[in-house]
Ligand binder design. Structure first.
Ligand code: NAD
Length: 497
């Protein structure tokens, strides 16, 4: 009998006000029911906001180094339980164990970074233009922060948002993706065990159109951080704009890897397999387009087709699995639809393009790694985010053309170039219009201590990770102290010598 999970609201594990639940199933084997999770609604969000406001009063007055110390303990617990969390994550999300271990490691890195930030959170002291006057800025917490997260990084993305938000002194309400609710349940248990005061964290499970929407529309939540599709982000942006909320959006991608004629082709082959088919192509940074210089095009494509064909599909917990399932049926349907679109547009299906056979793989949402060649710029296959194991190969004749192809999409998350030419590498870093560019490495993979995010329809100018995210979760306040004992007027009395 599968377990029934609860929300965490006002310091207690509670059933949803609706009394209804949804199933969370293993995407590699849909007969494996992981648990039933609350199908909550607006009332649950209201209760969470009321409590989070209390939590904010307490937590915002807790010294930042003490807040950091709680996050250090969270990091320690994540280290201790890394293997068990990774196994639970593979079961609900599908990606292979090596990747879910990496997902937990990203949470650990983010926790330890946050812990040390508690002793920084720098403000500035600058010289005043007036005599006997002190001028400075410092960072204050903002209030209740609403976090809405996607399915593909069940632990890492919640921690990217939650840890800096908490370190800055905010209280947090999280609505995880309904596809991976179990991992965040585990994370909240760890936060509580590490000593986070109960009302500082609230967990409300449920659907985006109900719980997510209620959180975004709630006047008691001044900050929203969202990662997910560009379509959902646009809806959230409209509401937040109208309500003057602070909003961070991390959204879709259509990332390209460029392989020039002087590249190390062995390295590039390894890179594109990982970039395109790691996480079954379900990464915002996934390599979705491969831009090949015409001089190496045919040679590289042949090797790529064989290597993609040899990838082993299976349950992510299996030692020999290279590629896990897609997250759910709708996702696989979308992939199938794009394979049809590609063929209709005249692209050549080189390998894949089908649901695999075999009893074992029929139990989950598997799809063969797929490569299309002869993909033309501006076609739907080349422009739209698929979020699955489908790679489009585009042939180009020059570096300039490769840059044009890379830039000519509405997204701008990551890009990559394989080249042995240092001048070209530096030009690429300047000219590729993305938030991240990799040289001689695929489009995926981020380090927790550097800012992460994209331009154009991928983001709205904010970044996750690194130091920049601390600016998002805190408000700058400026203070002047005039100890001259007389009225001094800025800009007017300043320049008397
Ligand atoms: P999604 O947009 O379907 O859902 C994301 C979250 O938003 C979920 O928790 C969902 O319940 C919620 N949601 C849905 N409708 C909502 C609404 N109307 N109001 C408020 N919340 C709502 O995305 P997904 O399928 O979970 O994730 C895949 C997408 O996420 C891809 O487009 C991918 O590129 C993107 N992504 C981006 C990044 C990044 O950093 N740029 C990282 C990971 C994933």
């Amino acid at each position: 009998m599968a377990k029934t999970f609860k929300n965490f609201i006002a310091g207690e594990w509670v059933a949803p006000s609706t009394g209804t639940y949804f199933d969370n199933r293993n995407p590699a084997n849909t007969s494996d029911l992981i648990g039933r999770f609350p199908d909550s609604d607006r009332q649950d969000v209201d209760a969470a906001v009321r409590s989070a406001r209390q939590g904010f009063v307490l937590w915002s007055r807790t010294p930042a180094p003490v807040r950091g110390d709680v996050l250090r303990r969270v990091g320690d617990l994540l280290v201790e339980r890394k293997e068990a969390i990774a196994a639970a994550m593979t079961r609900e999300m599908g990606k292979v164990l090596a990747e879910t271990r990496g997902d937990v490691q990203e949470g650990i890195d983010t926790a330890y970074y946050a812990a040390t930030e508690g002793r920084r959170l720098f403000g500035q002291v600058v010289p005043s233009e007036l005599r006997s006057k002190w001028a400075m800025s410092y960072r204050r917490p903002i209030g209740v922060v609403g976090l809405i997260t996607p399915f593909n990084f069940p632990l890492a993305i919640p921690t990217w948002k939650m840890f800096p938000a908490l370190l800055c002194g905010n209280s947090v309400i999280i609505k995880p993706s309904e596809d991976v609710p179990h991992t965040v349940h585990i994370l909240v248990e760890i936060l509580l065990e590490a000593g986070l005061p109960a009302e500082v964290i609230q967990l409300v499970h449920g659907r985006g159109e109900t719980v997510g929407k209620s959180l975004v529309e709630h006047p008691g939540v001044p900050v929203i951080s969202f990662t997910g599709s560009t379509e959902t982000g646009a809806l959230i942006g409209e509401t937040c704009g109208r309500m003057h909320k602070r909003l961070s959006l991390e959204m879709g991608g259509k990332n390209a890897m460029i392989v020039m004629d002087d590249a190390d082709l062995d390295l590039a082959l390894e890179g594109v397999l990982w970039g395109a088919f790691g996480t079954t192509g379900q990464r915002c940074t996934a390599t979705s387009r491969l831009v090949l210089h015409r001089k190496i095009h045919d040679r590289f494509l042949n090797r790529l087709a064989d290597a993609a064909d040899a990838l082993r599909l299976g349950d992510g917990s299996g030692e020999k699995t290279d590629v896990g399932p897609l997250i759910h049926e709708a996702s696989r349907n979308k992939v199938e639809q794009y394979v049809e679109i590609g063929q209709d547009e005249g692209a050549e299906l080189v390998t894949g393009g089908k649901v695999p056979g075999g009893e074992r793989l029929k139990q989950g949402w598997f799809y063969r790694p797929t490569v299309f060649a002869g993909v033309k710029p501006k076609t739907r296959l080349e422009q739209e985010e698929i979020f699955g194991p489908v790679l489009s190969v585009i042939k180009v004749g020059s570096f300039e053309e490769a840059v044009r192809v890379n830039n000519d999409v509405r997204y701008g998350l990551s890009s990559s170039i394989y080249t042995g030419n240092v001048d070209q590498a530096f030009r690429a870093m300047q000219e590729l219009d993305n938030g991240i560019t990799y040289v001689n490495a695929p489009t995926i993979g981020a380090e927790a201590h550097l800012p992460f995010g994209g331009v154009k329809a991928t983001g709205n100018g904010h970044r996750e990770g690194g130091w920049e995210v601390y600016e998002f979760y805190s408000e700058t306040k400026v203070c002047y102290v005039d100890y001259s004992g007389k009225l001094q007027r800025a800009q007017m009395d300043a320049y008397e010598v």
